[in-house]
Design a protein around this ligand. Structure first.
Ligand code: DAH
Length: 341
């Protein structure tokens, strides 16, 4: 019996050394130390052992069991350490590898120019207003002193939705809306950026949709001199502090007098170059004193109130500032174009 115990102990010690997983270990443990295990059977066989040998053999069996149990514990610890090591190795992050690149968006040039103009006007105390892109014929034309059959309506080929609704052809209807809203006739300084639509075929210089910014000032003393000062300030902020402006008489039904505003060429400083077609001046926007008819139809007493307005094309400003040669570039979403700004 002693021999049997010894050899079994050696056998199990060898097996423990080869263990690779916790489940194999648990199985082996129950095989050798469990209730129906070989070592437990020894205990049963003990009853056949001679009386005087019983204590010795019994002790031997217990010692063997204890030593094996200890070996199992050690083996368990070793296997667990190995598992953790393996896991750490497989999950190692190589911090020297290049990271995943992702595209960061940026503001479209048109949005940038809108914000630039907004900032200039906000600095002068204006507030930003918006109006709907689907507008009534009344606000888009009639109340801006453009009655039905007025010849000036031919200037704007319009996209009508119904007989009296259209996609606004300019941001000027926001003038009407703002005047009507201001029922107490408090002094008002607003700008309105927004999309406008014309029935144009798209080409290098035309787009059926583009962006305008309208400005309107109405109070009891707004003058042409104020308009001129505002225009000079705007031109210098947009095109450089050395710029001068020139006002040319023009015609818009909603302003009287009306002017076309030129800025001195920022490329040749007014000497004359290909940019300004040799004239030294570049046209940037339209403006004027608000027509009395516009004030009156919005319920203002034109003997008491006066105002000035201006309207500019954002694409035109961006084209001039950044030397872009095709208006369609703003709308075709070519990232090579968009990323330049
Ligand atoms: N609404 C005009 C257009 O679309 C631009 C314009 C000119 C607006 C003169 C104004 C203005 O407010 O005073 O061509």
């Amino acid at each position: 019996m002693e021999k049997k115990i010894k050899s079994l102990q050696l056998e199990v010690e060898k097996k423990i050394k080869d263990l690779k997983s916790i489940s194999d270990l648990n199985q082996l443990k129950s095989e050798y130390l469990g209730r129906k295990s070989v070592f437990n059977n020894f205990m049963k066989e003990l009853k056949d052992v001679a009386k005087e040998d019983k204590p010795k053999i019994g002790q031997m069996i217990n010692e063997a069991k204890q030593s094996i149990a200890k070996l199992f514990d050690i083996a368990k610890g070793t296997i667990e350490v190995k598992i953790v090591e393996k896991k750490l190795k497989s999950e190692t992050v190589d911090v020297t590898l290049p990271g995943k690149s992702f595209n960061q968006g940026s503001k479209h040039l048109i949005s940038q120019v809108i914000e630039e103009v907004e900032d200039i006007f906000i600095g002068l105390g204006y507030t930003v207003k918006e109006g709907p892109e689907v507008e009534s014929d009344e606000y888009n034309f009639e109340m801006l002193n453009l009655p039905k059959n007025h010849p000036a309506r031919d200037m704007q080929d319009s996209l009508y939705i119904s007989e009296d609704r259209l996609l606004r052809t300019h941001t000027s209807p926001v003038q009407v809306r703002s005047l009507l809203e201001n029922s107490k006739h408090e002094p008002m300084k607003i700008i309105c950026p927004g999309k406008v639509y014309r029935k144009d075929d798209d080409d290098q210089t035309h787009s059926h949709q583009f962006v305008q910014i309208e400005a309107l000032v109405v109070d009891e003393k707004a003058s042409l001199a104020d308009l001129k000062g505002t225009l000079l300030f705007l031109a210098r902020k947009l095109f450089g502090e050395q710029r001068e402006i020139r006002l040319r008489p023009s015609y818009f039904p909603f302003t009287e007098p009306s002017v076309e505003v030129d800025v001195s060429c920022y490329k040749c400083n007014g000497v004359g170059c290909s940019m300004c077609k040799g004239t030294g001046w570049i046209e940037i926007l339209g403006a004027g004193m608000v027509n009395n008819n516009v004030l009156e139809s919005a319920g203002y007493d034109s003997n008491k109130f006066q105002g000035f307005a201006l309207g500019m094309g954002v694409e035109r400003i961006a084209i001039l500032k950044y030397g872009i040669d095709d208006i369609r570039a703003f709308y075709t979403n070519d990232l090579r174009f968009n990323k330049q700004f």
